[in-house]
Design a protein around this ligand. Sequence first.
Ligand code: CDP
Length: 284
Amino acid sequence: MEIDIFRPVFPLRFGVILCVSVFTSVSLRYFSALFLRVSALFLRVSVLSLQYMKSNKIIITIDGWSSCGKSTLARQLAKKLDYTYIDSGAMYRAITLYFLRNHVDWESSREVKQALKNIELEFIFNPISANSEIYLNGENVEFVIRDMVVAEKVSEVAAIKEVREFAVDQQRIMGRGKGIVMDGRDIGTTVFPHAELKIFMTADNAVRVERRFKELFEKNPNVSLEEVKNNLEMRDYIDSNREVSPLRQARSAIVLDNTNLTPEEQLKLALKWARDRIAEKAAK
Ligand code: CDP
């Protein structure tokens, strides 16, 4: 039999039907798998947002003057509520330590920007100290950043716009899941202006100096009361007079003067405020 190579072996109609049905079944399989995946994704997003909406966790901000016990209260509060405690001051101290060690000229915006690119900050929970400790480029600097050498310069560094942007961006990311207690100077005003509970702490100057002196003297007996007093006054001045995010009491903040309060008494007060706010959120 002679074969005409220009004529299809199967009738054309049959070929077309075969192609269409193969194409349809392949596409159906492909699209149904895609459809299933997209639906699963939607379901996950809805469950997550429902959980987020239903979560009664809040953000608690504690701002105030140097050495008035913010971190003590923040830490205790976080422990009682099973929240995360973030010491924002530790971030500024760690950045200052990096600048000092690497002789960064913080008058030069170019040098500051370049230096910030090389800084990685992280908080890691230490079960022994029961505290979130700060790491600077992988090194635990929780202890060294409390030194007077850092305290002397930290307010100058913390007043730099680029430094604040760098720290605030990270602080906001840490607060995304709520359930956080963060202390500092601008947490209730700039970092989390919509926080459910804002506390502004204060105490008599002499009491603050005495408390910080005792704390530092235990680590370094060479420190003098005068030196500590001057440092607190200088930091309070720079912190409340700088251009970017100066230390201010947020309008909706509750003032907590702990001059005559023990840590237990201040915790009791703050815990009540926090539980009230959590209950208000749950009732909404
Ligand atoms: O413990 P203390 O209150 O003495 O200070 P800190 O919380 O360790 O903060 C050290 C310094 O970081 C402050 O004096 C401020 O200059 C700066 N800081 C800031 O500018 N903004 C914050 N949110 C936290 C600290």
